[in-house]
Design a protein around this ligand. Sequence first.
Ligand code: 5GP
Ligand code: MG
Ligand code: MG
Length: 173
Amino acid sequence: MDYTIKTLLTRETVENRIKELAKEIEKDYQGKELMVIGLLKGSIVFMTDLIKEIDLPLVIDFMSVSSYSGTTSTGVIKILKDTDIDVKGKDVLIVEDIIDTGLTLSHVKKLLIDRGTKSLKICTLLDKPARRTVDMKGDYVGFEIPDEFVVGYGLDYDQRHRNLPYIGIVVNK
Ligand code: 5GP
Ligand code: MG
Ligand code: MG
């Protein structure tokens, strides 16, 4: 398909906002050790920027989950890669690229809480509240965006454009 990418959030805008989020997180987790879990692959660019700005002891880990499927309203997810480190008793911060319907995060959140996290919060670079089908809120949200398909800063279109240093809207020609 023939398409172009129209800038929605510039590199400078995104980088500045990530620094603000990091400082908020740093303040909220004083005296604690954070376990930052990135959801692959979309979170990686955001997560690397974010953790460099958090001046706290922290460990990182990753999970990879498949998209939900099926016909029920809640769907199911499959774990393709689980965390290496046990989350039990940890102050966990899930890092995600975007909350869309909210289904992925509602499943991951429940799974990790069931494993006995001490606390669990969600940090997302982008939020598309218009598309929500389940009750899901990010604790730290970079930007609320309109209901458009976006790429860049880790987000892909058919696995491409994850390396774009800004967020753009895919526009059909
Ligand atoms: P959910 O609908 O479960 O909240 O979102 C699941 C995943 O869909 C996100 O983590 C992201 O990978 C993908 N997604 C949702 N909206 C967009 C978008 O606008 N652009 C891209 N590239 N991926 C999206
Ligand atoms: Mg994702
Ligand atoms: Mg994707």
